[in-house]
Design a protein around this ligand. Structure first.
Ligand SMILES: [Zn+2]
Length: 358
């Protein structure tokens, strides 16, 4: 009997401790139109645990291959010439953007799993397209939000040790345990960071998504995308997001884009996913709305996350959407893993864009 009561009390204390920890505010600041004093929010509440369970219960998974070996790609250059822009798709949300003599890396993820402790969570089905040791000197890392498939602390520690980059995150992210690097700048939506050496401006912008690294206690850190205003051109990295009106505000504030990097994955079922992930058709609508000269898809076929769609569904669905809106396929790249491409010269890019947007 004594053992029973001891175990019960220990379980209650542990439960209370976990509840306090996962609800502990990670950011203290003024109330705004997306922060209520404790939690961040978009216009709708995150899905309840009940809805999450319904979605999981109804999930009809499609089999993915256990492992895919990609053909090796050339290593990225150390830097690109002024006026050039090069993007290299590494995997999932990890993209190397080279412009203005800067090397910018988004959501770097090299771990085997997207989950806690390296033993839980979706497993990767292919290697990252670039070896971490083959990266050029990284100047800036952009973290769109704290989900495990975007904030991979193990990878971040390796990159931080080697490159000492400036890391840009949303409000509250630097208060996460084990994420306290010295070169981190937390940004609110529409706040910017200026790279003084090159006058490149990077602005954190809204996204229709949510945050959290546990089943409960979500939205204690801010999520978003990034607009990079280079010396010559503007680039938009969307982060994870559903389609919504905030995109009109991005257009109003920044105008046309030379490059938009848009997610193409984890979009089924729509009733559940539409508030978190756009589908390929919506990505094409963003491409058109932002009058983008060139788009690049990402966030697919890396981690076996919740595959209600086949591993290549994003490519097929994108093709259908491009056809529907009469956008040339060349205006929306789906690169191989590790493949890098220079953006085409602006004259050519403008003409293909105007064709596509008509
Ligand atoms: Zn994601």
């Amino acid at each position: 009997m004594y053992i029973f009561w001891t175990i019960l009390i220990l379980l209650l204390v542990a439960g209370l401790w976990i509840t306090i920890q996962v609800n502990r505010p990670l950011y203290k600041g003024p109330i705004s139109n997306h922060f209520n004093g404790k939690h961040f929010y978009y216009k709708e509440r995150s899905h309840s645990i009940g809805k999450m369970l319904k979605w999981a219960w109804e999930m009809k998974t499609v089999k993915w291959p256990k492992w895919i070996s990609d053909r090796p790609q050339p290593k990225p250059e150390e830097s690109v010439r002024q006026g050039d822009i090069k993007v290299t798709y590494i995997n999932h949300g990890t993209i190397l953007i080279q412009l203005d003599g800067l090397n910018i890396l988004t959501d770097p993820t090299w771990s085997k799993r997207a989950g806690p402790l390296g033993i839980i969570g979706p497993k990767r089905v292919r290697l990252p397209g670039v070896k971490i040791e083959d990266l050029p000197e990284i100047d800036i890392i952009l973290i769109s939000h704290d989900h495990y498939d975007h904030l991979d602390l193990k990878t971040l520690r390796v990159l931080y040790q080697k490159h000492k980059p400036q890391i840009l995150v949303g409000l509250g992210v630097n208060s996460l345990k084990q994420c306290q690097f010295s070169n981190v700048r937390e940004l609110d939506w529409w706040q910017d960071y200026l790279v003084t050496s090159t006058s490149t401006k990077i602005t954190f912008v809204p996204a229709r998504h949510y945050s959290g690294r546990t089943m409960v206690g979500n939205n204690r850190t801010l999520w978003g995308g990034f607009v990079i205003e280079g010396n010559d051109e503007k680039i938009y990295y969307c982060g994870d997001s559903g389609y919504d009106k905030f995109l009109n505000e991005i257009k109003d504030r920044f105008g046309k884009f030379r490059l938009t990097i848009l997610p193409l994955g984890n979009y089924e079922k729509r009733w559940y996913m539409k508030t978190q992930h756009m589908n390929p058709e919506e990505a094409v609508l963003v491409h058109m709305l932002l009058e983008s000269s060139q788009s690049l898809g990402y966030h697919y076929a890396t981690f076996n996350e919740h595959p209600e769609q086949a591993i290549d569904a994003h490519e097929k669905d994108l093709e259908v959407a491009l056809e529907k809106y009469k956008i040339p396929k060349t205006d929306f790249w789906v690169l191989e893993f590790g493949e890098g491409r220079y953006l085409p010269p602006i004259q050519k890019a403008s003409s293909t864009s105007s064709q596509g947007s008509s």
